[in-house]
Design a protein. Structure first.
Length: 145
């Protein structure tokens, strides 16, 4: 085997090795990005649940102010819209927010969970009423983690 042929074999094997190394590094980076995405998505969902709970409590506070202003809670047929357009006095909210999944909040008086008051809730990630994933003004923070 001559000297030039030997150098060519050594160079080719180094190129192949570098390509394999590059492929391993790219694969590892892809796995890390995939894992980080899964973790972030879980945190995003927890953040949405926390936001829904906070918004339900804020709407409930506005309903309590409405009761002080008008003398009674709005009927189920009046709904939450009266917080934006009350029959008397200033609006208590600029707008009724949508829950983090883009759905309207629900209002029931008397409430199922608060029979002496009212329930305000989001249907949660399922978007279906009556599911265990409902998030409302009746659940302590520890239950919706």
């Amino acid at each position: 085997m001559n000297h030039q042929h030997k150098n060519l074999i050594v160079r080719n094997s180094l190129r192949g090795f570098n390509l394999i190394e590059l492929m391993v590094v790219i694969t590892l980076i892809a796995l890390l990005v995939g894992g980080a995405t899964v973790l972030l998505m879980g945190q995003l969902e927890k953040g949405k649940i926390s936001t829904a709970r906070t918004q339900a409590y804020e709407i409930a506070k506005s309903l309590n102010l409405y009761m002080l202003q008008v003398g009674s809670y709005p009927s189920a047929s009046e709904g939450l819209e009266v917080l934006v357009n009350p029959p008397k006095g200033a609006p208590l909210m600029d707008e009724i927010p949508l829950d983090p999944w883009g759905n309207e909040y629900n209002y029931a008086i008397p409430g199922t969970h608060n029979p002496k008051g009212f329930d305000v809730w989001s249907n949660g990630p399922s978007g279906t009423e009556g599911e265990e994933s409902d998030i409302g003004n009746w659940r302590p923070a520890e239950e919706n983690k």
